[in-house]
Design a protein around this ligand. Sequence first.
Ligand code: UDH
Length: 238
Amino acid sequence: MEKGGRIRSANCTARQRLAIIIPFRNRHPHLNILLRNLIPFLRKQMADATIFIIEQAPPTTFNRGALLNIGFLEALKTADFDCFLLHDVDLVPLNDRNFYRCGDNPRHYAAAINKNRFRLRYEHYVGGVVGFSKEQYIKVNGHSNLYFGWGGEDDDLAWRILNKTYKIDRYDNMTSRYLMIKHERDKGNSKNTERRNIMKSSSRRQDVEGLNSVKYKVNSVELCHLYTWINVSLNMTE
Ligand code: UDH
């Protein structure tokens, strides 16, 4: 692998350059397991992929949506990526044919998770692992930044996708299987009890709140062997 966590085949030029964006705080054992599986998986798919870990500094409550927006913006400062895989740290793909590439619509990859008995949780579920081309993510204006704590940001994203007349693409149930590494709810990420209220204004604020309004400060960027590690603080004026 190249410094900063780029994987690519020596004898094949991939059509798309992928950024794998992992929102992160205090889940080191999960990250080790994921990388041990994800790197060989990407190699088999002959991907040209760079892994970015976007770590949220304390003390603010975890905000997965904002971290994914930041990952998208920071990755683009390093290279002109075509396709963005927004990837939870605790989801290990089980089928090598779950092809990490972008197409005409955003794609929800993690449709069949062991925790949900390998069934889609509900029709518009887009949690866990979802992929966008650069144009698609800009058009939906990324995730909302308003969801601090667990829940809501993924359902808000589903509406953003559908509002912009995209479909949610998925592979079949055998292909889109994942193992979720068992865990309890994290400290600093309690259930967001306001999530349903915030969702009510989802469509109204889509174009002005999201990727184009996220506020953050980059504390450090480290180009490591397996990934680029970016530590950020939220809600800071730049
Ligand atoms: N994440 C972190 N650190 C945190 C919180 C979240 O890294 O403190 C990231 C990580 O990539 C994780 C993702 O955000 O995979 C999603 O958060 P999550 O794993 O908490 O979401 P999930 O829906 O959690 O998987 C279900 C709650 C499980 C509670 C089980 C109680 N028995």
